[in-house]
Design a protein around this ligand. Structure first.
Ligand SMILES: Cc1cc2nc3c(=O)[nH]c(=O)nc-3n(C[C@H](O)[C@H](O)[C@H](O)COP(=O)(O)OP(=O)(O)OC[C@H]3O[C@@H](n4cnc5c(N)ncnc54)[C@H](O)[C@@H]3O)c2cc1C
Length: 290
């Protein structure tokens, strides 16, 4: 690991100043569960690491405001998985946070770090996509908000510009009843990134939002407005046909070590149908399929 300077600002403007001063030579550190690995293996070699954990404006609170739920940038997976409001209204997000790594990782890993690391396999990304999350960003220019479906570019790259950092993630308050779920496939239990990670939300108005990761350079959101997926009486064959069309753009990398493209695509369809069934059951209060 190349030696680097360690800065721990307590104010947002100081952090923004450090990023402006050091540019591409600076890296932000939150929980460090991704960053430390990349520092150790030398894939990144910053001269300055800026720890965000003492910045007052980046809190670890989950609160309601102006029609949305606000999750501060220092909020860790354990807190997200345990929060009653998230478990009730954004269940797929609670479920995805609950499967990130193991307890020790979840106690350190932040939601903001999971988003900013921009892994195509990030487990919380599909849930954030189906709920239409917004990323609140501060930087040298005025603060701005990035819709989550405009955040990811490719592995490790987001649409954050030089000197910007995430201060919070907002989830719009649900406007109609919905049932939602997160599912994933890993090679083995325990510490492993997903071969397929997927979230689904079925709404009472007949629309369905599905998002999946690990099948291309970034997580992808697709929506079904035909009502077929949300219809509890529609036959599985009709739902499969709809999923075939929605998942047509999935393009898993042939070079990934975790699973072959064919396996990932097959699992995407299996998990997609399972997720739709579970989300429908949750919406209607029926027993969940096993
Ligand atoms: C053993 C192990 C198991 C794991 N299992 C999973 C898993 O199952 N699923 C999964 O999705 N991930 C998994 N991960 C990856 C990791 O835990 C998550 O991506 C985590 O959420 C990253 O958050 P962090 O706070 O640790 O980020 P850090 O490592 O501190 O930062 C990650 C990236 O985000 C940037 N960053 C952090 N905060 C901000 C901010 N506020 N503004 C702008 N940029 C910022 C950093 O500069 C860095 O580039 C695992 C990691 C390990 C080590």
């Amino acid at each position: 690991m190349r030696p680097f300077a360690y800065e721990r600002p307590t104010r947002l403007d100081a952090a923004v100043g450090l990023l402006a001063e050091h540019g591409a030579d600076a890296r932000l550190l939150a929980g460090g569960t991704d960053l430390i690995i990349r520092l150790r293996d030398g894939t990144i070699r910053p001269r300055v690491v800026v720890d965000v954990k003492r910045i007052a404006e980046l809190d670890a609170d989950i609160g309601t405001a102006d029609g949305h739920l606000r999750i501060g940038a220092r909020t860790v997976m354990t807190a997200i998985a345990a929060d009653e409001r998230i478990r009730r209204d954004y269940r797929a997000l609670a479920e995805s946070a609950a499967v990130v790594g193991a307890v020790q990782i979840r106690n350190r890993a932040t939601l903001a770090g999971n988003v900013c690391n921009a892994s195509p396999a990030a487990d919380t990304a599909p849930a954030l996509l189906v709920y239409g999350a917004r990323i609140v960003v501060a930087g040298p220019a005025r603060a701005r908000t990035i819709p989550i479906d405009e955040m990811f570019v490719r592995s490790g790259v987001t649409t954050l510009t030089s000197g910007e950092l995430v201060i919070a993630i907002e989830l719009p308050r649900p406007t109609s009843p919905s049932g939602s779920v997160h599912v994933r496939r890993t090679r083995r239990r325990g510490h492993d990134l997903a071969s397929v990670t997927l979230a689904c939300a079925v709404h009472a108005d007949g629309s369905t939002r599905l998002a999946y990761g690990s099948l291309g350079p970034r997580p992808v959101l697709v929506t079904d407005e035909t009502g077929v997926l949300a219809d509890p009486t529609a036959p599985d064959d009709a739902k499969r046909q709809r999923l075939d069309a929605l998942f047509a753009g999935a393009s898993p990398s042939p070079s990934s070590m975790r699973a072959s493209p064919d396996y990932r695509l097959a699992m995407l369809h299996v998990l997609g149908l399972r997720a739709v069934r579970t989300a429908i059951a949750r919406l209607s209060g029926a027993a969940e399929p096993r």
